[in-house]
Design a protein. Structure first.
Length: 94
């Protein structure tokens, strides 16, 4: 993986973490406490400036966001989740 690909991966992952955090109505401080890191570190994860450890990534996927590693690292995760939410809402309307 080239340096540019690694940077792109970190940005996608960060964007997905941010999206899931907001979807769950959580603050950076909540994620920080859950992972035993600072809220500044969470901010760096979300901005793609720092890479989250595999251990912490697995933890937030399985215990907080309930998504797979494949989902949280997908460039299309936000679209997929948004579509699922819209579909579920339309089921309740009918």
């Amino acid at each position: 993986m080239s340096i540019q690909e690694k940077i792109r991966f970190d940005q996608i992952l960060g964007k997905n973490i941010l999206y899931l955090r907001k979807l769950k109505n959580l603050k950076q401080h909540d994620i920080a406490n859950f992972l035993c890191v600072t809220h500044q570190q969470v901010n760096k994860y979300e901005s793609g400036k720092n890479r989250i450890s595999v251990e912490n990534l697995k933890k937030i996927c399985s215990e907080l966001f309930f998504v797979s590693l494949d989902q949280i690292t997908s460039e299309h995760m936000i679209e997929q989740i948004s579509t699922a939410i819209i579909f579920k809402k339309s089921e309740h309307i009918q």
